[in-house]
Design a binder for this molecule. Structure first.
Ligand SMILES: Nc1ncnc2c1ncn2[C@@H]1O[C@H](COP(=O)(O)OP(=O)(O)OP(=O)(O)O)[C@@H](O)[C@H]1O
Ligand SMILES: [Zn+2]
Length: 620
């Protein structure tokens, strides 16, 4: 039960919710039932069938409609007198500027990606509106409170970025199923059905070419992926199959060095797998009954949780290629993998399984493969409900000025000290956070060879998360983006982008101080430039090093389950949580070890934002 002062605070509050997905639906319902009267919701998505199992405000008949709008209507049915305003829009749209944010007493995030979270964090800082941030990944979840001048901001601590894999593991030496999935999705699918002009590391050598794998394509091998006019889709599919699973593996095997300490892969050709009568005439398949082409349906494979045999995978592979060419020809050249595209998932599952079979890696079902390919950790509705409840508890504390009792709460998978919820007192802002403090950053770069474009793309947009940057050197404007620029300026900036830093009209050299600004986010960063001639290609692939930056940390060789938590995955992780306190502020100073037990060392997620409390100072 809320106290009188809490009830007053709830009634008078104007709240912004960002995201009306798994957490958002629960949150809107809980806000309405807790007495909130004025709620605004932003969500850019429409409802998909896959949302219905947990986003309970939505029904089958709503598929294709705006999440924000349908969520509003669903809640108004049981709370008709409250005000709910829905925006079917991206929170990064310019209409949601600082003035827009300033009208709210608190902002509540139910997002699923780092980019949008960082953007909202900046607007909340600029508008001086408290933010309650949240995320879930399966059974894990967290709610954190960010109040300017009182606690750290969302970006005060580094966040892991999506997991990356060394190219050679993917192209040549996979050892885990996830490596086969990445190969099937990022390389083979992209090569066959995506933009042909995109660089692709797929090993597309001709079988007579014995060079090291991963060297890119040779002219002879390029032809393999080209479909000649007289070739039927069946013939083409079998040619691709024999090339990627057969002759490419033979060629790879010829490099003895690679296999000295590794299990040698086995080349697989269609003729090894399918009986004589199926080999030349293509796979005998039924015409799919449904409107969506599906190789599983054509082949009568019903259960997505069943692991297909090598011959079944082969049939699915051949059938999927055929269906793409026969039923979805117009899309070829423009496709990117989408976990909600059934045929794409079937193709990727089959291709990954055939490759796994070749490399002696256990095969997986379509259900499992889809989860890995879509970076899915299956959502748990109850976690979303718990997290939504905790968001409302923190929002009420924020609204009633109860700053002493703010808590960051972590929802654990296994009870620890009999607790499933781990509350931690918030921490002070990180003084070197470039977002909420004015600490300058240092960029080491080869000023003579690095183009302004690289600095804008790799540093300003990617690392610093700016949308519409403006770059100044002293009082000279070097670069700017926005809708209101005239054509001359746009042309001028385009020329600057292709210039090396030292060639700019006002050269950027060792010791230059740049000021980078995003007008929408009202964020300014100062970057001091330090010239360096050489960079380590492996360790510093961008050819630049930004320091004093607390942005995403890269965790190589880890998968990237990106549910609402955008958590990172980690192995047998043990993290010390010191100075844990419970909700009443007791148990301070007790060191506690949280252990996440995992079977495999790669594919289980733990919270990305688990507090590394030893580095931080608690808010007094
Ligand atoms: N930039 C953004 N602006 C507005 N809404 C956003 C933005 N980024 C993400 N969202 C919304 O945040 C919500 C996150 O919800 P959730 O994680 O449950 O994702 P989902 O897409 O509904 O589910 P899933 O990805 O598991 O299929 C989504 O509804 C999504 O549209
Ligand atoms: Zn900060």
């Amino acid at each position: 039960m809320a106290s009188t002062s809490q009830s007053e605070a709830i009634k008078g509050a104007k709240v912004l919710m960002v995201g009306a997905g798994g957490i958002g639906c629960e949150l809107l319902k809980t806000l309405a039932l807790s007495g909130f009267q004025d709620i605004h919701i932003i969500d850019m998505d429409t409802i998909e069938v896959s949302n219905l199992n947990r986003q309970f405000l939505f029904r089958q008949s709503h598929v294709g409609q705006s999440k924000a709008k349908v969520a509003r209507e669903a809640v108004l049915k049981f709370r008709p007198r409250i005000n709910i305003t829905a925006y079917h829009a991206n929170v990064k749209d310019p209409q949601f500027n600082v003035e827009f944010f300033q009208q709210f007493n608190v902002v509540l995030n139910g997002l699923d990606n780092l980019d949008a979270r960082r953007h909202v964090n900046r607007l909340c800082l600029a508008a001086e509106v408290p933010l309650v941030e949240s995320g879930t990944t399966g059974f894990l979840g967290q709610v954190t409170v960010h109040v300017k001048g009182q606690t750290e901001c969302y970006e005060c601590q580094p966040k892991p970025t999506p997991k990356t894999y060394p190219v050679c593991t993917i192209t040549s030496t996979p050892s885990k199923f996830v490596h086969c999935i990445v190969w099937a999705k990022e390389l083979l699918f992209a090569k066959l059905f995506g933009d042909k002009n995109q660089d692709n590391d797929l090993n597309v050598r001709h079988s007579s070419n014995n060079s090291e794998e991963g060297n890119g394509s040779s002219d002879a091998s390029k032809d393999v992926f080209e479909r000649s006019p007289h070739e039927s889709s069946d013939q083409y599919a079998r040619k691709i199959y024999d090339h990627v699973f057969g002759s490419n593996i033979v060629a790879a095997l010829s490099n003895e060095e690679t296999w000295k300490n590794r299990r040698r892969p086995r080349p697989i050709y269609v003729s090894d797998v399918l009986p004589e009568e199926e080999r030349n005439g293509g796979v005998q398949s039924e015409d799919a009954m449904g409107s969506i082409p599906s190789a599983m349906e054509s082949l009568g494979l019903k259960n997505p949780q069943e692991i297909w045999s090598l011959s079944e995978n082969t049939r699915v592979f051949l059938e999927a290629v055929k269906l793409f060419f026969e039923k979805r020809e117009k899309e070829i050249g423009n496709l990117t993998f989408d976990k909600d595209d059934q045929l794409a998932v079937e193709f990727v599952t089959a291709a990954a399984n055939i490759r796994a079979s070749s490399f002696g890696i256990p095969l997986q079902s379509l259900f499992e493969a889809k989860g890995i390919a879509g970076n899915i950790v299956h959502a748990v509705a109850t976690t979303n409900a718990i997290i939504a409840g905790l968001i409302v508890i923190e929002a009420i504390k924020v609204l009633s000025g109860d700053s002493k009792n703010y808590r960051m709460t972590y929802c654990l998978e296994h009870p620890n000290r009999k607790m499933m919820l781990m509350p931690v007192e918030p921490f002070e802002a990180n003084r070197s956070c470039y977002v909420c403090s004015e600490t300058p950053l240092l960029l080491e770069v080869n000023t003579a060879t690095t183009k302004l474009r690289d600095v804008i793309e790799k540093v300003v947009k990617s690392k610093l998360g700016m949308n519409l940057p403006l770059v100044m050197q002293g009082s000279t404007l070097i670069y700017e983006e926005g809708d209101d620029l005239d054509a001359d300026m746009v042309a001028n900036y385009a020329i600057n982008l292709d210039k090396a830093l030292t060639e700019l009209p006002t050269p950027v050299t060792n010791g230059t101080a740049l000021s980078v600004e995003d007008l929408q986010q009202e964020l300014t960063c100062n970057i001091n430039i330090k010239h360096r001639d050489e960079f380590d290609e492996e360790k510093e692939p961008d050819g630049m090093v930004l320091t004093g930056w607390s942005g995403p940390t890269t965790k190589p060789e880890k998968s990237n389950p990106s549910s609402n938590g955008e958590s990172s995955s980690a192995a047998g992780v043990k993290r010390k949580l010191e100075e844990i306190s419970d909700l009443n502020g007791k148990n301070k100073g007790i060191a506690l070890e949280v252990e996440v037990n995992v079977e495999d060392d790669d594919d289980v997620s733990v919270l990305a934002e688990f507090p590394e409390t030893n580095k931080k100072t608690r808010v007094q």
